[in-house]
Design a protein around this ligand. Structure first.
Ligand code: HEM
Length: 353
């Protein structure tokens, strides 16, 4: 086939798909700023999730979620499965990239005041997505069931015991027929993806209803701009896909240089590792308040984030008009970063009761 007839064929296929899938519906107008990097960070996060789902499905074919088999099955993935080490490492690195992009996305929404009326509910849906992302990371870090994974599980059990009836579902005793590790695996591959699907559907629906928030200027007020603008949504989708490919390339590059680590099978009761950077900043809270700190500090942060649209209700978007909220947020962020640095510098000491 000549290249001209090939182009004609692909044009035909494009037209066919365009008509059958109603793709003209996604080329609606959006403001130009909606297609700039700060306003695509949510979309980039979504692209990262697609990579996580694809690599996760592959890993689930070989992972065995029973405590006696789990670590061995990960060793098998790394050493015996076709491209297993690479796929596992891409999953590992993409999870970290997605955690960074979701935090940046939340930071952008906070700084540009995009959580204000009429978008408050979408801020709460976003908080649900953040919680789901962090529980994904936590349960994922347990699954490999090396020393670090086992210690994470022990902290999970401690937290559940502290919460009493509220934490019953997270405790080992909740089910006598299915080990806690297996239930965390179920959480990782069924409950969380389902929750993610429902929340992201609500998130996207609300974004479509309200339109992207207006561009920040000294007098900009937060009102719907749906269906207006001098750019279009299909460009937004193309950029999301482009960034998705970039995440994949970066995660693959990192995986080739630094494959995902796997420690020795865990020894119960020992405490010789530190958690991932997403959780290590909780270390000082645990040192001071024990397991209470591990439960209370994230709960307090969640409450503070939930209060944001309640505390900052003025119609103005400009950071100059919202100094107190932004200074307060910067202080909280600085404390978290300082705790993280302190925790990284500390030797590991046992503090499980
Ligand atoms: C897995 C996590 C998340 C995904 C995949 C996601 C996805 C998206 C997408 C695609 C957008 C469109 C604009 C953009 O890309 O910036 C958006 C907007 C928005 N997101 Fe998220 N999001 C997530 C988490 C969050 C979190 C943690 C919050 C805040 C607590 C949040 C609050 C919002 C709000 C308020 C908007 C509307 C912004 C505007 O109109 O300017 N999202 N999100």
């Amino acid at each position: 086939m000549t290249s001209m007839s090939q182009t004609r064929q692909s044009n035909k296929l494009g037209k066919w798909l365009y008509e059958r899938l109603g793709l003209q519906g996604i080329a609606y107008a959006v403001p130009k700023h909606a297609n700039t990097l700060p306003y695509i960070l949510g979309g980039i996060t979504f692209s990262g999730f697609i990579i996580l789902i694809a690599t996760g499905i592959y890993l689930a074919q070989f992972y065995h979620p029973h405590p006696s088999e789990a670590h061995n099955s990960v060793v098998y993935i790394v050493t015996g499965v076709f491209f297993g080490d690479l796929v596992r490492s891409v999953h590992f690195w993409t999870a970290q990239i997605v955690t960074v992009t979701v935090l940046l996305h939340m930071g952008r929404v906070l700084v540009t005041g995009s959580f204000k009326r009429p978008r408050e509910v979408n801020w709460f849906v976003g908080l649900g997505l953040l919680a789901v992302t962090l529980v994904f990371v936590f349960t994922g870090s347990v699954l490999k069931f090396d020393q670090e994974g086992l210690e994470a599980l022990q902290h999970n059990i401690e937290g559940a015991e502290f919460l009493g009836a509220l934490g019953a579902w997270f405790s080992a005793e909740f089910s006598r027929s299915v080990p806690l590790l297996t239930r965390l695996f179920n959480t990782h591959i069924t409950i969380l993806p389902l929750m993610f699907g429902l929340l992201i559907a609500a998130h996207v629906f609300l974004i479509k209803q309200h339109g992207i928030s207006p561009k920040v200027s000294s007098d900009a007020k937060t009102r719907a701009t749906s269906g207006e603008g001098d750019s279009n949504f299909s460009l937004h989708l193309r950029r999301m896909a482009g960034f998705g490919l970039l995440i994949f390339a970066v995660a693959t590059g990192l995986s080739l240089i630094f494959p995902a680590p796997l420690g020795q099978a865990g020894v119960a009761g020992a405490e010789v590792t530190k958690p991932w950077w997403m959780f290590v900043w909780l270390f000082p809270a645990e040192e001071i308040w024990g397991v209470r700190g591990l439960v209370a500090v994230p709960a307090l942060l969640g409450i503070l984030l939930a209060l944001v649209p309640i505390l900052d209700r003025s119609p103005y978007l400009s950071p100059q008009c919202r100094k107190w909220l932004l200074i307060g947020s910067a202080v909280v962020l600085a404390v978290i970063i300082a705790s993280g640095i302190y925790a990284e510098l500390q030797p590991v000491t046992g503090h499980l009761e």
